[in-house]
Design a protein around this ligand. Structure first.
Ligand SMILES: O=C(CO)[C@H](O)[C@H](O)COP(=O)(O)O
Ligand SMILES: [Co+2]
Length: 236
């Protein structure tokens, strides 16, 4: 069998599609259906035109799910502001947007600011991820791959669940995977059994799916299908 070209597959249901009144119960149900991580979409109504979850909700989730890996996707304009709150609340991974600090990848000051944020997240004890919006080039994140745990490649414009997968965007994962076999590459937005093969083929290993998993009456089967596609591609 060929050697693996990526880290182990992690399926991360987005709790954005859960019934928020029954969040702990729904999260536990996902883990019992085979979810590896829980994806927590944090929106501040400024970076994106929607408001969702903050650190107090993460704290309650952590209390109810002491062992869960809480992958927090920060769609916020000022990621520095929330690092300590999320660390104290029990977030496992702090996954913030590159666009908050960078609009020009040749600007040294912006690169320094990004590095300082990365280091602040690490110092807080959380793992660090960087998300890139559909229009942000993959090349912009490549110089930082050795310093972070994960890149989140958005395959929809961030802000809402249930949008259509942008198939022309997912190819960015290939550039990132060619640069690193070790970094987690997450795909986020419109991922489903019908779109997973395109993600798996370009090296993604962390799969976020909200509507596809929560909207199914057989979430266990959806999770198994997504994982099978990634694992088959990892050793192809
Ligand atoms: O970051 C997000 C939206 O900004 C969500 O994680 C994403 O959209 C997941 O939901 P779905 O699978 O329904 O698209
Ligand atoms: Co997300």
């Amino acid at each position: 069998m060929a050697a693996r070209d990526r880290p182990e597959c992690k399926i991360a249901p987005s709790i954005l599609s859960a019934d928020f009144a029954r969040l702990a119960e729904e999260s536990k149900r996902m883990i019992s259906c085979g979810a590896d991580w829980l994806h927590v979409d944090v929106m501040d109504g400024h970076f994106v035109p929607n408001l969702t979850i903050g650190a107090p909700v993460v704290k309650s989730l952590r209390k109810n799910l002491p062992d869960a890996f809480l992958d927090c996707h920060l769609m916020v304009s000022n990621p520095k502001q929330w690092i300590l709150d999320f660390a104290k609340a029990g977030a496992s991974l702090y996954n913030f947007h590159l666009e908050c600090v960078m609009d020009d990848n040749t600007n040294e000051e912006q690169a320094t600011e990004l590095r300082s944020l990365i280091n602040e997240v690490k110092a807080s004890g959380m793992k660090v991820g960087i998300s890139i919006k559909p229009k942000t080039p993959a090349e912009w994140i490549v110089p930082f791959l050795g310093e972070i745990d994960m890149v989140n490649v958005l395959t929809v414009e961030p802000g809402f669940g249930g949008q259509k997968f942008m198939s022309d965007i997912v190819g960015k994962c290939k550039i990132i995977r060619e640069a690193s076999k070790e970094v987690h590459i997450q795909v986020d937005g419109g991922v489903a059994p019908s779109t997973i093969d395109a993600c798996a083929a370009v090296g993604a290993n962390v799969i976020v799916a909200g509507s596809a998993i929560f909207g199914s009456d057989k979430p266990q089967e959806v999770i198994a299908t997504l994982k099978k596609s990634v694992e088959a591609a990892a050793t192809a």
